[in-house]
Write a protein that binds this ligand. Structure first.
Ligand SMILES: [Zn+2]
Length: 124
């Protein structure tokens, strides 16, 4: 697997031993390089580096991809979520239903419908 660099703009400024590279008289602290990272879709070696990136580039990224200027709204038509009663019935089954998070209306569904990712009540 190819090695890649942590995208944290200040990664090299965290002076840990694993970042210290080079021979005597020619040592530098360097950006971490790994095959994969745990943070930020495998782009950052630590939450610090991820936060550093956002502090540096966050506003530009949000402006580039579209800043919200009005609230997004979940309407009655799109507020359906699948849920089930975790208590089992007498026959060892669960009570599955759709719940409208706004109106609180419940509509019973089968376990098959519950597990079917294509079965949707939401209209958008
Ligand atoms: Zn880093």
């Amino acid at each position: 697997m190819a090695l890649k660099y942590c995208q944290g703009p200040s990664c090299h400024q965290y002076t840990t031993q694993d970042r210290l590279r080079g021979t005597k008289g020619n040592k530098t602290f360097q950006t971490r390089r790994r095959t994969s990272f745990y943070y930020g879709q495998s782009n950052f070696c630590s939450l610090n580096c991820q936060n550093d990136w956002f502090s540096e580039y966050g506003n530009r990224a949000i402006n580039h991809f579209g800043r919200l200027t009005e609230p997004k709204k979940l309407t009655e038509e799109n507020a359906w979520v699948k849920d089930y009663n975790w208590r089992t019935n007498a026959d060892d089954s669960h009570h599955y239903y759709y719940l409208n998070k706004i109106t609180k209306e419940q509509r019973p569904i089968t376990e098959e419908q519950y597990n079917d990712m294509d079965y949707e009540l939401n209209t958008i």
